[in-house]
Design a protein around this ligand. Sequence first.
Ligand code: COA
Length: 152
Amino acid sequence: MHEELDIHPIDELAVSGIAALDEKISGTYSPEVWEQRVMYYIRRDPEGSFVAESAGEVVGFIFGEVRSGEFGLEQPTGWVEVVAVDPDCQGQAIGRRLAEAMLGRFRELGVARVNTLVSEQREGLTQFFTSLGFENSDLRSLTLDLSPGQSR
Ligand SMILES: CC(C)(COP(=O)(O)OP(=O)(O)OC[C@H]1O[C@@H](n2cnc3c(N)ncnc32)[C@H](O)[C@@H]1OP(=O)(O)O)[C@@H](O)C(=O)NCCC(=O)NCCS
């Protein structure tokens, strides 16, 4: 990347760039969904989720929050919930820098443990978190299918 990277807390101005980047990755353009998500995370902590911009373009983002008393975890726990980097800019430490910004915020807030959930199909994402120091945890993810014909 030749342009300087600007990493800063998310704001409403970033919504269109975030939706465009998600469309590039997922193939679906959902600006209303991303506006709601951005507003949710700003309400949770205006300094807690981050966007990376280069030459005025959004090239990555990371959303997360701190929760206490949920999942039987009494201590404040950081959760990394969404991370994405522009496919044209991957492998340039943008994801790492976004994560470091979020982990720095978690430390400021007294968080001692950070969790995330990764699909077993997303080996690259698992390796990304592993390279940041994440390890297998003793939390087990469980799921229940409520779609018609599946519920008990
Ligand atoms: C996973 C992702 C965030 C990584 O971002 P990135 O900027 O390319 O990652 P970085 O360059 O900061 O890499 C940091 C480390 O993770 C490793 N890593 C990143 N992606 C990897 C992959 N796909 N496979 C293996 N290792 C990977 C790098 O090798 C690097 O390790 P090192 O520092 O020990 O050498 C990015 O590839 C991505 O956005 N993937 C799509 C995720 C997605 O679909 N998100 C939407 C729903 S949440």
